[in-house]
Write a protein that binds this ligand. Sequence first.
Ligand code: CO
Length: 503
Amino acid sequence: MSAEKAYKELTERCREIAVLSSCAGVLGWDERTYMPRGGAQMRAEQLSLLSGMIHSKFTDPRMGELLEELQSSDLAEGDTPEAANIREIKYKFDKATKLPKSLVEEITKTTTLSQGEWVTARKNNDFKHFQPWLEKVLALQIRKADAYGYEGEPYNALLDDYEVGATVDDVADTFEKLRADLVVLLQKIKGAPKKPDVSIVNRDYDVRLQAVFGESVAQAMGYSFETGRLDVTTHPFCTGLGPGDTRITTRYNPKRLNDALFGIMHEAGHGLYEMGLDKENNFGMPIAESASLGIHESQSRMWENQVGRSKQFWKYFYPQAQRIFKESLAGVDLDDFYAAINNVAPSYIRVEADEATYNLHILLRFELERAMVKGDLKPDDVPGEWNSRFEKYFDMKVDTDANGCLQDVHWSAGYMGYFPTYALGNLYSAQFFAQAQKDIPDLMTEIEQGNLLVLRQWLKDNIHRHGSRYRATRLVEKVTGQPLSHKPLVDYMTAKFGEIYGF
Ligand code: CO
Protein backbone atom coordinates (compact mmCIF):
# COMPACT_ATOMS: atom_id res chain seq x y z
CA MET A 1 0.00 0.00 0.00
CA SER A 2 1.31 3.45 -0.86
CA ALA A 3 1.76 6.02 1.86
CA GLU A 4 -0.79 8.26 0.13
CA LYS A 5 -3.39 5.52 0.29
CA ALA A 6 -2.62 4.80 3.94
CA TYR A 7 -2.88 8.50 4.73
CA LYS A 8 -6.27 8.69 2.99
CA GLU A 9 -7.58 5.75 5.00
CA LEU A 10 -6.25 7.29 8.21
CA THR A 11 -8.03 10.56 7.37
CA GLU A 12 -11.33 8.76 6.74
CA ARG A 13 -11.09 6.83 9.99
CA CYS A 14 -10.26 9.97 11.95
CA ARG A 15 -13.20 11.80 10.44
CA GLU A 16 -15.57 9.02 11.42
CA ILE A 17 -14.24 9.10 14.99
CA ALA A 18 -14.64 12.89 15.04
CA VAL A 19 -18.26 12.54 13.90
CA LEU A 20 -18.94 10.11 16.75
CA SER A 21 -17.20 12.47 19.20
CA SER A 22 -19.35 15.29 17.96
CA CYS A 23 -22.47 13.16 18.70
CA ALA A 24 -21.17 12.77 22.26
CA GLY A 25 -20.55 16.51 22.27
CA VAL A 26 -24.19 17.26 21.44
CA LEU A 27 -25.36 14.94 24.22
CA GLY A 28 -22.90 16.56 26.64
CA TRP A 29 -24.09 20.04 25.68
CA ASP A 30 -27.71 19.01 26.19
CA GLU A 31 -26.89 17.43 29.54
CA ARG A 32 -25.51 20.73 30.80
CA THR A 33 -28.21 22.99 29.35
CA TYR A 34 -31.70 21.55 28.85
CA MET A 35 -31.78 17.89 29.97
CA PRO A 36 -34.19 17.21 32.85
CA ARG A 37 -32.55 15.78 35.98
CA GLY A 38 -34.38 12.49 35.39
CA GLY A 39 -32.41 11.91 32.20
CA ALA A 40 -29.10 11.48 34.03
CA GLN A 41 -29.05 7.67 34.16
CA MET A 42 -29.88 7.23 30.47
CA ARG A 43 -27.45 9.97 29.46
CA ALA A 44 -24.67 8.20 31.38
CA GLU A 45 -25.45 5.05 29.41
CA GLN A 46 -25.53 6.89 26.08
CA LEU A 47 -22.24 8.66 26.69
CA SER A 48 -20.60 5.54 28.05
CA LEU A 49 -21.62 3.55 24.95
CA LEU A 50 -20.35 6.29 22.64
CA SER A 51 -17.05 6.71 24.44
CA GLY A 52 -16.52 2.95 24.26
CA MET A 53 -17.23 3.02 20.51
CA ILE A 54 -14.88 5.95 19.99
CA HIS A 55 -12.18 4.24 21.98
CA SER A 56 -12.57 0.96 20.02
CA LYS A 57 -12.43 2.73 16.67
CA PHE A 58 -9.43 4.81 17.65
CA THR A 59 -7.50 1.87 19.10
CA ASP A 60 -8.40 -0.51 16.24
CA PRO A 61 -5.25 -2.47 15.31
CA ARG A 62 -5.73 -1.21 11.75
CA MET A 63 -4.98 2.31 13.03
CA GLY A 64 -1.71 0.98 14.41
CA GLU A 65 -0.80 -0.61 11.08
CA LEU A 66 -1.55 2.57 9.16
CA LEU A 67 0.43 4.72 11.58
CA GLU A 68 3.35 2.31 11.50
CA GLU A 69 3.46 2.45 7.73
CA LEU A 70 3.09 6.23 7.62
CA GLN A 71 5.73 6.86 10.24
CA SER A 72 8.40 5.29 8.07
CA SER A 73 7.20 7.10 4.93
CA ASP A 74 8.18 10.47 3.40
CA LEU A 75 4.88 11.90 4.62
CA ALA A 76 6.12 11.83 8.22
CA GLU A 77 9.17 13.92 7.36
CA GLY A 78 9.68 17.66 7.60
CA ASP A 79 7.49 20.30 9.08
CA THR A 80 4.37 19.70 6.98
CA PRO A 81 0.73 19.49 8.12
CA GLU A 82 0.75 15.78 7.17
CA ALA A 83 3.80 15.09 9.32
CA ALA A 84 2.17 16.94 12.24
CA ASN A 85 -1.05 14.93 11.83
CA ILE A 86 0.83 11.63 11.79
CA ARG A 87 2.94 12.63 14.81
CA GLU A 88 -0.04 13.77 16.91
CA ILE A 89 -2.35 10.86 16.01
CA LYS A 90 0.43 8.40 16.77
CA TYR A 91 1.03 10.06 20.13
CA LYS A 92 -2.67 9.86 21.05
CA PHE A 93 -2.91 6.31 19.70
CA ASP A 94 -0.03 5.16 21.89
CA LYS A 95 -1.69 6.72 24.92
CA ALA A 96 -5.15 5.38 24.11
CA THR A 97 -3.98 1.82 23.48
CA LYS A 98 -2.60 1.80 26.99
CA LEU A 99 -6.12 2.31 28.44
CA PRO A 100 -8.33 -0.81 28.63
CA LYS A 101 -11.80 -0.25 27.16
CA SER A 102 -13.42 -1.28 30.45
CA LEU A 103 -11.55 1.49 32.29
CA VAL A 104 -12.57 4.12 29.73
CA GLU A 105 -16.23 3.10 30.04
CA GLU A 106 -16.08 3.02 33.82
CA ILE A 107 -14.57 6.50 33.93
CA THR A 108 -17.25 7.91 31.64
CA LYS A 109 -20.11 6.29 33.51
CA THR A 110 -18.82 7.20 36.97
CA THR A 111 -18.01 10.80 36.11
CA THR A 112 -21.37 11.34 34.42
CA LEU A 113 -23.17 10.17 37.57
CA SER A 114 -20.79 11.95 39.89
CA GLN A 115 -21.41 15.29 38.14
CA GLY A 116 -25.09 14.93 39.00
CA GLU A 117 -24.23 14.13 42.62
CA TRP A 118 -21.87 17.10 42.71
CA VAL A 119 -24.73 19.40 41.64
CA THR A 120 -26.81 18.10 44.58
CA ALA A 121 -23.90 18.35 47.03
CA ARG A 122 -23.09 21.91 45.95
CA LYS A 123 -26.75 22.97 46.17
CA ASN A 124 -27.10 21.53 49.68
CA ASN A 125 -23.59 22.57 50.71
CA ASP A 126 -22.97 18.95 51.68
CA PHE A 127 -19.40 17.75 51.08
CA LYS A 128 -20.14 14.38 52.72
CA HIS A 129 -22.62 13.68 49.93
CA PHE A 130 -19.89 14.25 47.33
CA GLN A 131 -16.99 12.61 49.18
CA PRO A 132 -17.63 8.97 48.11
CA TRP A 133 -17.86 10.15 44.50
CA LEU A 134 -14.62 12.08 44.77
CA GLU A 135 -13.01 8.91 46.13
CA LYS A 136 -14.31 6.86 43.19
CA VAL A 137 -13.22 9.42 40.62
CA LEU A 138 -9.77 9.82 42.20
CA ALA A 139 -9.21 6.05 42.26
CA LEU A 140 -10.09 5.90 38.56
CA GLN A 141 -7.73 8.80 37.76
CA ILE A 142 -4.89 7.00 39.52
CA ARG A 143 -5.70 3.82 37.58
CA LYS A 144 -5.61 5.89 34.40
CA ALA A 145 -2.20 7.38 35.27
CA ASP A 146 -0.85 3.90 36.06
CA ALA A 147 -2.16 2.57 32.75
CA TYR A 148 -0.48 5.42 30.83
CA GLY A 149 2.74 5.11 32.77
CA TYR A 150 4.72 8.20 33.77
CA GLU A 151 8.03 9.60 34.86
CA GLY A 152 8.24 11.25 38.26
CA GLU A 153 4.77 11.45 39.77
CA PRO A 154 1.42 10.14 38.44
CA TYR A 155 0.10 13.69 38.01
CA ASN A 156 2.36 14.03 34.94
CA ALA A 157 0.32 11.41 33.12
CA LEU A 158 -2.94 13.26 33.82
CA LEU A 159 -1.59 16.72 32.97
CA ASP A 160 -0.39 15.43 29.60
CA ASP A 161 -4.01 14.76 28.57
CA TYR A 162 -4.72 18.51 28.65
CA GLU A 163 -1.34 20.12 28.01
CA VAL A 164 0.71 17.74 25.89
CA GLY A 165 4.35 17.75 26.86
CA ALA A 166 3.93 19.85 30.02
CA THR A 167 5.46 18.46 33.21
CA VAL A 168 4.37 19.07 36.76
CA ASP A 169 7.84 20.33 37.73
CA ASP A 170 7.97 22.93 34.93
CA VAL A 171 4.47 24.08 35.68
CA ALA A 172 5.13 24.33 39.42
CA ASP A 173 8.32 26.31 38.71
CA THR A 174 6.59 28.89 36.48
CA PHE A 175 3.69 29.14 38.95
CA GLU A 176 6.11 29.75 41.80
CA LYS A 177 7.69 32.70 39.96
CA LEU A 178 4.26 34.03 39.14
CA ARG A 179 3.16 33.68 42.74
CA ALA A 180 6.13 35.64 44.05
CA ASP A 181 5.34 38.59 41.74
CA LEU A 182 1.59 38.35 42.39
CA VAL A 183 2.07 38.64 46.11
CA VAL A 184 4.00 41.89 45.61
CA LEU A 185 1.36 43.23 43.24
CA LEU A 186 -1.51 42.35 45.57
CA GLN A 187 0.24 44.05 48.48
CA LYS A 188 0.61 47.23 46.43
CA ILE A 189 -3.07 47.09 45.52
CA LYS A 190 -4.08 46.51 49.12
CA GLY A 191 -2.15 49.56 50.30
CA ALA A 192 -3.11 51.76 47.35
CA PRO A 193 -4.60 55.22 47.89
CA LYS A 194 -7.34 54.87 45.23
CA LYS A 195 -10.21 52.36 45.55
CA PRO A 196 -12.75 51.63 42.80
CA ASP A 197 -16.44 52.07 43.57
CA VAL A 198 -17.63 48.53 42.87
CA SER A 199 -21.25 49.36 43.64
CA ILE A 200 -21.43 50.60 40.03
CA VAL A 201 -21.41 47.04 38.65
CA ASN A 202 -23.46 45.61 41.52
CA ARG A 203 -26.75 47.27 40.68
CA ASP A 204 -29.90 46.10 38.88
CA TYR A 205 -28.97 44.85 35.42
CA ASP A 206 -32.00 43.48 33.60
CA VAL A 207 -31.14 39.97 32.44
CA ARG A 208 -32.78 40.43 29.03
CA LEU A 209 -30.80 43.59 28.41
CA GLN A 210 -27.61 41.84 29.55
CA ALA A 211 -28.30 39.15 26.92
CA VAL A 212 -28.81 41.77 24.19
CA PHE A 213 -25.63 43.64 25.10
CA GLY A 214 -23.58 40.46 25.54
CA GLU A 215 -24.66 39.13 22.15
CA SER A 216 -23.79 42.40 20.45
CA VAL A 217 -20.30 42.31 21.95
CA ALA A 218 -19.82 38.66 20.91
CA GLN A 219 -20.90 39.62 17.40
CA ALA A 220 -18.43 42.53 17.30
CA MET A 221 -15.69 40.06 18.24
CA GLY A 222 -16.63 38.03 15.17
CA TYR A 223 -18.59 35.27 16.95
CA SER A 224 -21.12 34.19 14.35
CA PHE A 225 -24.68 33.37 15.38
CA GLU A 226 -25.10 31.59 12.02
CA THR A 227 -22.58 29.00 13.12
CA GLY A 228 -22.85 29.42 16.87
CA ARG A 229 -25.33 29.58 19.75
CA LEU A 230 -25.40 31.17 23.19
CA ASP A 231 -27.41 29.44 25.93
CA VAL A 232 -27.81 29.58 29.69
CA THR A 233 -26.23 27.12 32.12
CA THR A 234 -24.93 26.86 35.70
CA HIS A 235 -21.29 26.36 34.78
CA PRO A 236 -20.43 28.19 31.55
CA PHE A 237 -18.53 26.36 28.82
CA CYS A 238 -17.83 26.26 25.08
CA THR A 239 -18.03 23.25 22.84
CA GLY A 240 -17.11 23.02 19.17
CA LEU A 241 -19.37 20.36 17.67
CA GLY A 242 -17.93 20.40 14.17
CA PRO A 243 -17.84 22.56 11.05
CA GLY A 244 -20.54 25.21 11.31
CA ASP A 245 -21.65 24.46 14.88
CA THR A 246 -20.06 26.00 17.96
CA ARG A 247 -21.92 26.44 21.26
CA ILE A 248 -21.22 28.78 24.15
CA THR A 249 -23.15 29.21 27.40
CA THR A 250 -23.31 31.77 30.18
CA ARG A 251 -25.13 32.53 33.42
CA TYR A 252 -26.85 35.79 34.31
CA ASN A 253 -26.83 37.61 37.62
CA PRO A 254 -29.57 40.30 37.69
CA LYS A 255 -27.62 42.21 40.36
CA ARG A 256 -24.18 42.18 38.71
CA LEU A 257 -23.03 43.17 35.24
CA ASN A 258 -19.62 41.45 35.20
CA ASP A 259 -20.51 37.76 35.40
CA ALA A 260 -22.43 37.29 32.19
CA LEU A 261 -20.70 40.02 30.18
CA PHE A 262 -17.13 38.90 30.75
CA GLY A 263 -18.32 35.31 30.80
CA ILE A 264 -19.73 35.75 27.30
CA MET A 265 -16.53 37.41 26.06
CA HIS A 266 -14.54 34.57 27.61
CA GLU A 267 -16.59 31.80 26.03
CA ALA A 268 -16.84 33.65 22.72
CA GLY A 269 -13.02 33.78 22.75
CA HIS A 270 -13.03 29.99 23.00
CA GLY A 271 -15.73 29.92 20.34
CA LEU A 272 -13.67 32.03 17.91
CA TYR A 273 -10.81 29.56 18.25
CA GLU A 274 -13.19 26.69 17.42
CA MET A 275 -14.61 28.68 14.49
CA GLY A 276 -11.10 29.59 13.31
CA LEU A 277 -9.84 26.00 13.10
CA ASP A 278 -9.81 24.51 9.62
CA LYS A 279 -12.66 22.06 10.27
CA GLU A 280 -14.16 22.52 6.80
CA ASN A 281 -11.19 20.76 5.23
CA ASN A 282 -9.58 18.79 8.03
CA PHE A 283 -12.30 17.82 10.51
CA GLY A 284 -10.98 15.03 12.73
CA MET A 285 -7.32 15.76 12.05
CA PRO A 286 -4.99 17.34 14.64
CA ILE A 287 -4.26 20.39 12.47
CA ALA A 288 -7.96 21.27 12.82
CA GLU A 289 -7.93 20.77 16.60
CA SER A 290 -6.80 23.14 19.33
CA ALA A 291 -3.11 22.98 20.31
CA SER A 292 -3.86 22.45 23.99
CA LEU A 293 -6.29 23.53 26.68
CA GLY A 294 -3.82 26.18 27.82
CA ILE A 295 -3.75 27.67 24.33
CA HIS A 296 -7.56 27.44 24.22
CA GLU A 297 -7.76 29.32 27.50
CA SER A 298 -5.35 31.97 26.21
CA GLN A 299 -7.91 32.83 23.55
CA SER A 300 -10.75 33.26 26.03
CA ARG A 301 -8.72 35.17 28.59
CA MET A 302 -7.34 37.56 25.97
CA TRP A 303 -10.85 38.61 24.91
CA GLU A 304 -12.13 38.70 28.46
CA ASN A 305 -9.22 40.61 30.00
CA GLN A 306 -6.74 42.20 27.62
CA VAL A 307 -9.64 43.38 25.44
CA GLY A 308 -12.80 43.34 27.58
CA ARG A 309 -11.24 44.93 30.64
CA SER A 310 -9.26 47.56 28.69
CA LYS A 311 -9.99 51.30 28.68
CA GLN A 312 -9.87 51.33 24.87
CA PHE A 313 -12.61 48.73 24.51
CA TRP A 314 -14.92 50.73 26.77
CA LYS A 315 -14.22 54.03 25.00
CA TYR A 316 -16.26 52.51 22.21
CA PHE A 317 -18.72 50.28 24.09
CA TYR A 318 -19.44 52.36 27.19
CA PRO A 319 -21.80 54.84 25.49
CA GLN A 320 -23.79 51.83 24.22
CA ALA A 321 -23.84 50.26 27.69
CA GLN A 322 -25.07 53.57 29.14
CA ARG A 323 -27.92 53.67 26.61
CA ILE A 324 -28.92 50.08 27.39
CA PHE A 325 -28.56 50.16 31.19
CA LYS A 326 -29.95 53.68 31.57
CA GLU A 327 -30.69 53.73 35.28
CA SER A 328 -27.67 51.86 36.63
CA LEU A 329 -25.06 53.70 34.59
CA ALA A 330 -26.58 57.21 34.39
CA GLY A 331 -24.05 59.80 35.49
CA VAL A 332 -21.25 57.25 35.91
CA ASP A 333 -17.94 58.34 34.33
CA LEU A 334 -16.05 56.03 32.02
CA ASP A 335 -13.05 56.13 34.37
CA ASP A 336 -15.13 55.08 37.36
CA PHE A 337 -16.79 52.32 35.38
CA TYR A 338 -13.41 51.13 34.10
CA ALA A 339 -12.02 51.00 37.64
CA ALA A 340 -15.11 49.14 38.87
CA ILE A 341 -14.84 46.34 36.29
CA ASN A 342 -11.17 45.97 37.21
CA ASN A 343 -11.64 45.96 40.96
CA VAL A 344 -9.27 43.59 42.73
CA ALA A 345 -10.60 41.91 45.86
CA PRO A 346 -10.16 38.42 47.25
CA SER A 347 -13.31 36.35 46.73
CA TYR A 348 -14.46 32.76 47.11
CA ILE A 349 -15.54 31.90 43.59
CA ARG A 350 -12.87 31.28 40.96
CA VAL A 351 -15.04 32.02 37.92
CA GLU A 352 -15.96 35.42 39.38
CA ALA A 353 -12.44 36.30 40.50
CA ASP A 354 -10.61 39.37 39.23
CA GLU A 355 -7.57 39.12 37.00
CA ALA A 356 -5.03 39.63 39.77
CA THR A 357 -6.28 37.06 42.28
CA TYR A 358 -7.51 34.52 39.70
CA ASN A 359 -4.21 32.72 39.42
CA LEU A 360 -4.05 32.14 43.17
CA HIS A 361 -7.33 30.21 42.87
CA ILE A 362 -5.63 27.99 40.30
CA LEU A 363 -2.46 27.49 42.33
CA LEU A 364 -4.57 26.31 45.28
CA ARG A 365 -6.44 23.72 43.19
CA PHE A 366 -3.26 22.59 41.44
CA GLU A 367 -1.55 21.94 44.78
CA LEU A 368 -4.51 20.02 46.22
CA GLU A 369 -5.14 17.78 43.23
CA ARG A 370 -1.44 17.10 42.82
CA ALA A 371 -1.35 15.99 46.48
CA MET A 372 -4.50 13.86 46.07
CA VAL A 373 -3.13 12.05 43.03
CA LYS A 374 0.19 11.54 44.80
CA GLY A 375 -1.66 10.02 47.76
CA ASP A 376 -0.57 12.80 50.14
CA LEU A 377 -4.11 14.13 50.61
CA LYS A 378 -7.25 12.04 51.27
CA PRO A 379 -10.60 13.25 49.89
CA ASP A 380 -11.87 13.32 53.48
CA ASP A 381 -9.30 16.03 54.28
CA VAL A 382 -9.98 18.17 51.21
CA PRO A 383 -12.37 20.72 52.84
CA GLY A 384 -10.01 21.31 55.77
CA GLU A 385 -6.94 21.62 53.57
CA TRP A 386 -8.76 23.85 51.10
CA ASN A 387 -9.97 26.18 53.83
CA SER A 388 -6.63 26.53 55.58
CA ARG A 389 -4.74 27.24 52.34
CA PHE A 390 -7.42 29.61 51.17
CA GLU A 391 -7.09 31.64 54.32
CA LYS A 392 -3.33 31.75 53.91
CA TYR A 393 -3.44 32.95 50.28
CA PHE A 394 -6.48 35.20 50.40
CA ASP A 395 -6.53 36.34 54.01
CA MET A 396 -10.18 35.29 54.18
CA LYS A 397 -12.05 32.46 55.90
CA VAL A 398 -14.17 30.14 53.69
CA ASP A 399 -17.76 30.25 54.96
CA THR A 400 -19.23 27.16 53.27
CA ASP A 401 -17.95 24.29 51.12
CA ALA A 402 -20.24 25.49 48.33
CA ASN A 403 -18.01 28.60 48.32
CA GLY A 404 -14.94 26.42 48.77
CA CYS A 405 -14.02 22.97 47.55
CA LEU A 406 -17.48 22.21 46.08
CA GLN A 407 -17.57 25.14 43.68
CA ASP A 408 -15.99 23.59 40.57
CA VAL A 409 -17.29 20.80 38.34
CA HIS A 410 -13.79 19.54 37.42
CA TRP A 411 -13.11 16.91 40.07
CA SER A 412 -16.59 15.41 39.71
CA ALA A 413 -16.02 15.23 35.96
CA GLY A 414 -12.66 13.47 36.34
CA TYR A 415 -10.70 16.45 35.02
CA MET A 416 -7.70 16.17 37.31
CA GLY A 417 -4.71 17.82 35.67
CA TYR A 418 -6.94 20.38 33.99
CA PHE A 419 -6.71 23.32 36.42
CA PRO A 420 -3.10 24.33 35.57
CA THR A 421 -4.22 25.02 32.00
CA TYR A 422 -6.20 28.05 33.24
CA ALA A 423 -3.12 29.74 34.66
CA LEU A 424 -1.06 28.68 31.63
CA GLY A 425 -3.80 30.28 29.52
CA ASN A 426 -3.35 33.59 31.34
CA LEU A 427 0.39 33.44 30.80
CA TYR A 428 0.09 32.58 27.10
CA SER A 429 -2.59 35.22 26.56
CA ALA A 430 -0.43 38.04 27.93
CA GLN A 431 2.55 36.92 25.87
CA PHE A 432 0.46 36.63 22.67
CA PHE A 433 -1.26 39.96 23.22
CA ALA A 434 2.06 41.76 23.74
CA GLN A 435 3.15 40.29 20.40
CA ALA A 436 -0.10 41.30 18.68
CA GLN A 437 0.52 44.89 19.80
CA LYS A 438 4.02 44.74 18.30
CA ASP A 439 2.74 43.28 15.03
CA ILE A 440 -0.20 45.72 14.81
CA PRO A 441 1.11 49.01 16.23
CA ASP A 442 -2.32 50.69 16.17
CA LEU A 443 -4.18 47.71 17.65
CA MET A 444 -5.38 49.61 20.70
CA THR A 445 -6.62 52.47 18.48
CA GLU A 446 -8.56 49.97 16.38
CA ILE A 447 -10.12 48.53 19.55
CA GLU A 448 -10.98 52.07 20.66
CA GLN A 449 -12.96 52.43 17.44
CA GLY A 450 -14.82 49.18 18.03
CA ASN A 451 -12.86 47.36 15.34
CA LEU A 452 -12.20 44.08 17.12
CA LEU A 453 -11.89 42.07 13.94
CA VAL A 454 -8.28 43.20 13.45
CA LEU A 455 -7.30 41.18 16.51
CA ARG A 456 -9.52 38.29 15.48
CA GLN A 457 -7.70 38.13 12.14
CA TRP A 458 -4.29 38.20 13.83
CA LEU A 459 -5.33 35.31 16.07
CA LYS A 460 -6.64 33.37 13.08
CA ASP A 461 -3.43 33.88 11.11
CA ASN A 462 -1.00 33.25 13.96
CA ILE A 463 -2.75 30.70 16.14
CA HIS A 464 -6.09 29.31 14.95
CA ARG A 465 -5.11 28.17 11.49
CA HIS A 466 -2.27 26.01 12.83
CA GLY A 467 -4.54 23.87 15.01
CA SER A 468 -2.18 21.50 16.80
CA ARG A 469 0.45 21.56 14.09
CA TYR A 470 2.80 22.90 16.77
CA ARG A 471 2.66 21.94 20.42
CA ALA A 472 1.96 24.74 22.88
CA THR A 473 5.54 25.45 23.92
CA ARG A 474 6.67 25.60 20.28
CA LEU A 475 3.67 27.65 19.17
CA VAL A 476 4.47 30.29 21.80
CA GLU A 477 8.06 30.49 20.58
CA LYS A 478 6.97 30.61 16.94
CA VAL A 479 4.46 33.40 17.50
CA THR A 480 6.38 35.50 20.03
CA GLY A 481 10.01 34.51 19.44
CA GLN A 482 10.38 33.71 23.15
CA PRO A 483 9.71 30.73 25.40
CA LEU A 484 6.82 31.01 27.87
CA SER A 485 7.52 33.44 30.67
CA HIS A 486 5.53 34.84 33.59
CA LYS A 487 6.86 38.33 32.81
CA PRO A 488 4.45 39.58 30.11
CA LEU A 489 1.48 38.83 32.40
CA VAL A 490 3.10 40.48 35.41
CA ASP A 491 4.19 43.54 33.36
CA TYR A 492 0.72 43.95 31.89
CA MET A 493 -0.99 43.68 35.28
CA THR A 494 1.51 45.95 37.02
CA ALA A 495 1.02 48.71 34.42
CA LYS A 496 -2.75 48.39 34.40
CA PHE A 497 -3.40 48.16 38.11
CA GLY A 498 -0.72 50.77 38.82
CA GLU A 499 -2.74 53.25 36.76
CA ILE A 500 -6.09 52.28 38.30
CA TYR A 501 -4.90 52.14 41.89
CA GLY A 502 -2.37 54.96 41.65
CA PHE A 503 0.89 53.30 42.66
CO1 CO B 1 -12.22 28.99 29.58
